[in-house]
Design a protein. Structure first.
Length: 196
């Protein structure tokens, strides 16, 4: 009888582990905290060294999230994104880059190749994360939440989401909106002027 109970317990444990979806390994949730909004409670590996970073470190900042690609007609936007980061970082803006190969296979390289390209071609200093998916079945959890919050999924590389300091208010911008676009810059400045 005891042997049957042990066997039943072993089968239950095996069944639990067998039902964990493989996509769950993509990212690890960051520790929850009252000061960290749900939208930022994620961890992603940094592009350069693949060390996990918690997005909670950006709580209280204005966060610009962009899905990037190295071989796209919009790739030159890296320059404008870096300029925004340099100009407004001291006021609380952070730009987060998420390389993705979802559109036109325009980000085929390894994480190291992407990191080298960003640094050597555009002098990118804003935080970049390991290659990921931003649409489809394997969409990473942050992008899933951003799409749910705005009702707008990325349709191409360099789609932008602007998250206010409260971590609740989110605006979505199509790929063709250049980082130097005056209306876009005005939105960033408005979010920066709002204190928690």
């Amino acid at each position: 009888m005891k042997h049957l109970e042990t066997l039943g317990l072993a089968l239950s444990v095996a069944l639990v582990f067998a039902t964990v979806p493989p996509a769950a390994a993509q990212t690890t949730p960051a520790p929850t905290s009252a000061s960290c909004p749900a939208l930022l409670q994620h961890r992603f590996d940094r592009l350069q060294d693949e060390k996990p970073q918690s997005l909670c470190q950006y709580s209280g900042k204005v966060v610009l999230v962009v899905n990037t690609a190295s071989f796209c007609g919009f790739t030159k936007q890296y320059e404008g994104l870096e300029a925004l980061y340099a100009r407004y970082q001291s006021q609380g803006l952070v730009v987060l880059g998420f390389p993705a190969n979802d559109f036109g296979s325009q980000e085929p390289g390894s994480n190291q190749a992407i990191a080298d390209f960003c640094e050597n071609t555009f002098g990118v200093k804003f935080p970049m994360f390991s290659k990921t998916s931003v649409v489809g079945r394997d969409t990473n959890p942050l992008y899933r939440q951003l799409a749910e919050k705005t009702g707008d999924h990325p349709r191409w590389n360099f789609h932008k989401y602007l998250i206010a300091r409260d971590g609740q208010t989110v605006r979505s911008y199509a790929s063709g909106v250049d980082p130097k676009n005056p209306a876009f810059v005005k939105d960033i400045e408005k979010f920066l002027s709002t204190k928690l």
